[in-house]
Unconditional design. Structure first.
Lengths: 111, 114
């Protein structure tokens, strides 16, 4: 089967850097995606990594190590508005049309 | 226009009612999705439409009936729902029906079944 593990909660302060980890188990791998969801809001796509390494988009970076079945999302210069849930997800190995989602990490940014 | 629009935003319905949720996108995306999301949980896939044809039904009960009238519209018809069906229903679309492509989500319909 396929599964993803994420820490359930992370707390940080404004201006800090936070790393949210995701480990996955899958028989076939097509890449790791990250989505952000504010309370009451829609999930928003953040990034997708198919190859090893770090991808940077502004304050957000996403890292993938396929040999370790591990990735993380790095947020720099944290702002209060970054308080949200962050989900990692991988395409289903047997059917590339659906995503398998982690349970999400709830990030709380404090002043 | 990078929006997926869902109506209504909120819906309260009785267990004997029939209602429909609507979703619209004008990005030319060929895949459209219905998800169900409970509080503090990730979205659960219900249905996938690819090129206006149903390509995935995740063993969803028949009281949920999807419809794709054209490439921009997606409906979810609801009938004889149960209180446990209360949830946030999200519509999404993507350029292709591959899960590693960016999906754009609507704001959802918060459904309460009484």
């Amino acid at each position: 089967g396929q599964s993803l593990e994420q820490p359930s909660e992370v707390t940080a302060v404004e201006g800090a850097i936070v790393q949210m980890n995701c480990t996955y188990q899958t028989s076939g791998f097509y890449g790791l995606s990250w989505y952000q969801q504010h309370d009451g809001g829609a999930p928003t796509f953040l990034s997708y990594n198919a190859l090893d390494g770090l991808e940077e988009t502004g304050r957000f970076s996403s890292f993938l190590s396929r040999s370790d079945s591990y990735g993380y999302l790095l947020l720099q210069e944290l702002q209060m508005k970054d308080s949200a849930s962050y989900f990692c997800a991988v395409p289903n190995a047997g059917n590339n049309r659906k995503l398998i989602w982690g349970l999400g990490t709830s990030l709380a940014v404090n002043p | 226009d990078t929006e997926v629009t869902q109506t209504p935003k909120h819906l309260v319905m009785g267990m004997t009612n029939k209602k429909s949720l609507k979703c619209e996108q004008h990005m030319g995306h060929r895949a459209m999705y219905w998800y169900k999301q409970k509080a503090k949980k990730p979205p659960e896939l219900m249905f996938v439409y690819s090129y206006e044809k149903l390509s995935i039904n995740e063993s969803v009960p028949s009281r949920f009936s999807p419809e794709c009238p054209n490439s921009s519209l997606l409906n979810l018809h609801l009938h004889a729902l149960q209180p446990e069906d209360s949830a946030l229903y999200l519509c999404a679309s993507s350029q292709e029906d591959r899960a590693n492509t960016e999906a754009f989500f609507g704001q959802g319909t918060r459904l309460t079944v009484v």
